[in-house]
Design a protein around this ligand. Structure first.
Ligand code: ADP
Ligand code: MG
Length: 503
């Protein structure tokens, strides 16, 4: 295999794009990017053929955004993508690439309120990322004007073909000025796509990249610097803000997993744990509930999670840093499967920072630093979810039946008070129930000392060995199952101090 040593610095990009790329944590262009970006910057039409996860979005996104004139308020580029999810995903990536240049991107897809889209269109986006049907709809209504478009991108062209969008795509392409650049991306090249290329592209260059190139595709990786005692509150706030569909929380030990799943349950999340000491039947039933969505948060040790094929996991939280970069890759491999995106959040205590460096070296990817959210941010985002819910009820449901009561209330109170009360009633406020977790000592990087050294340094301990009774001021709220630790986690380190967790 030919190794490409092209760097982003070699591509002659503007400083604002270089800044965005480095913020995004891209160190080197992926092969499809290294080959596509220079061609596309010259104005050549490009057909890019590569698997999912090879970085096709930035391959067209970088040259496309370089060509945007931010002072010009017209739509200058259009990206067509097969589904709403992909349109959103692409527009988010383009937003990041164009962040410092301040280019404006707008996703447009079916199912979203068309009036709201028209209002957004009035804000003069430079780039539109749309699904074929809805885009055509706007073109016909003349709410999207394509006369100034200089770049057209067809993303996941074969997928659009499979979904029966080929005619829509032809209509869209016939509405774009001929004086333009066309970029087409596809994992495969079936004949109808080839024909589109022949008909609508000008002597395109073909860039073909084989196999998967990225170690951890589709996963955005973050680390949060936090202290051992603050981790749990940080976790619950993140759960409130990110509201993951399916989340896995990784803990280092069996005891940790038991304590975390109980603590999460106390705070009102549906959580269950799996680890090596549970029976096969128990583990299977927990997993089944997780897959069916009856459990929001699965808490697991590395061993229990190994080899699990769980699809649809959107968020992985490394409550404790993994033992080594390989387990890290395993853990976050639970998410972002099958072309889906995922996010991985790793909690690191100040002493564990070299573990982050170590992981970055292994995965060849930068982890982004995320600030621990505040209580206010958690409440704010819960409120936003309520507001979204209210919006969708107003749009979707017949409320006639409730309107008289509403009128009565409005005669008695002013509208703001009524709405505020309704929002408060519907919003899940962060729980402040006290929970207790046994402290884990920090992990020390084992990189310099492959082999045995790690374990013994793990056992190094700071703090005192208080007896378990000493923290129990609030007896009726402490767990009734403390003694589970005796049988369950013989291998755990003993003697760490107990701490109270509260808001
Ligand atoms: P594709 O469209 O080929 O499926 P994406 O463009 O969605 O792939 O990229 C997959 C993931 O890889 C995204 O999370 C993206 O941010 C990331 N990525 C893209 N290019 C790079 C790069 N040069 N270095 C590191 N990560 C990258
Ligand atoms: Mg893509």
């Amino acid at each position: 295999m030919k190794t490409l040593t092209i760097k982003f610095q070699d591509l002659g990009l503007s400083s604002s794009l270089m800044e965005s790329i480095s913020k995004m944590g891209f160190e080197e262009p992926s092969p499809i990017q290294a080959q596509t970006i220079p061609l596309a910057l010259k104005g050549t039409d490009v057909i890019g053929q590569a698997q999912t996860g090879t970085g096709k979005t930035a391959a067209f996104g970088v040259p496309l955004i370089e060509k945007i004139d931010v002072k010009n308020n017209n739509i200058q580029a259009v990206v067509v993508a097969p589904t709403r999810e992909l349109a959103i995903q692409v527009s988010e990536e383009l937003y990041k690439i164009g962040y410092h240049k301040r280019s404006r991107v707008l996703p447009i897809y079916g199912g979203q309120d068309i009036n709201r889209q028209m209002r957004s269109l009035k804000k003069n986006p430079h780039i539109i990322v749309g699904t074929p049907g809805r885009l055509l709809d706007h073109i016909n209504r003349k709410t999207v004007k394509l006369s100034n478009v200089h770049t057209m991108v067809l993303d996941e062209a074969d997928e659009m073909l499979n979904m029966g969008f080929i005619e829509d795509i032809e209509s869209i392409l016939s509405n774009v000025p001929e004086e333009r650049q066309t970029l087409l991306f596809s994992a495969t090249m079936p004949d109808p796509i080839r024909r589109i290329a022949e008909k609508f592209m000008k002597t395109p260059e073909v860039v073909k990249v084989k196999a998967k190139e990225m170690t951890v595709p589709n996963i955005t990786q973050y680390y949060l610097e936090t202290h051992e005692r603050k981790k749990f509150d940080v976790l619950t706030r993140l759960l409130d803000i990110q509201s993951p569909e399916l989340a896995i929380v990784f803990g280092r030990t069996k005891r940790r997993v038991d304590e975390l799943s109980e603590a999460l349950t106390l705070r009102g999340y549906t959580a269950e744990g799996i680890h090596g000491d549970l029976t096969q039947a128990k583990r299977m039933s927990t997993l089944r509930k997780f897959k069916e969505g009856a459990i929001e948060v699965l808490v697991a040790t590395d061993v229990a999670a190994r080899g699990l094929d769980i699809s649809g996991v959107t968020h992985v939280y490394n409550f404790d840093v993994p033992q080594d970069p390989e387990s890290y890759v395993h853990r976050i491999g639970r998410t972002g499967r099958a072309g889906k995106t995922g996010a991985a959040m790793t909690f690191v205590t100040p002493r564990e920072m070299d573990i982050v460096k170590n992981i970055e070296r292994t995965t060849k990817r930068k982890m982004e630093r995320m600030k621990a959210p505040t209580v206010d941010e958690a409440i704010e985002s819960q409120q936003q979810m309520t507001v979204e819910k209210i919006r969708s009820i107003i749009e979707a449901e017949n409320l006639a039946f409730y309107k008289r009561t509403a009128e009565e209330l409005l005669e008695e109170f002013d509208a703001q008070a009524v709405v505020a009360a309704a929002i408060k009633y519907m919003t899940k406020e962060p729980s402040t129930v006290d929970v207790k977790l046994t402290e884990e000592s920090p992990m020390y990087s084992r990189s310099k000392n492959k082999g045995g050294g790690g374990r013994s340094s793990n056992n190094r301990r700071r703090g005192d060995n208080r007896n378990s009774g000493s923290g129990d001021r609030n007896k009726n709220r402490s767990y009734g199952s403390r003694d589970r630790n005796k049988g369950g986690s013989g291998g755990d380190r003993q003697g760490s101090s107990k701490r109270r967790y509260s808001n």
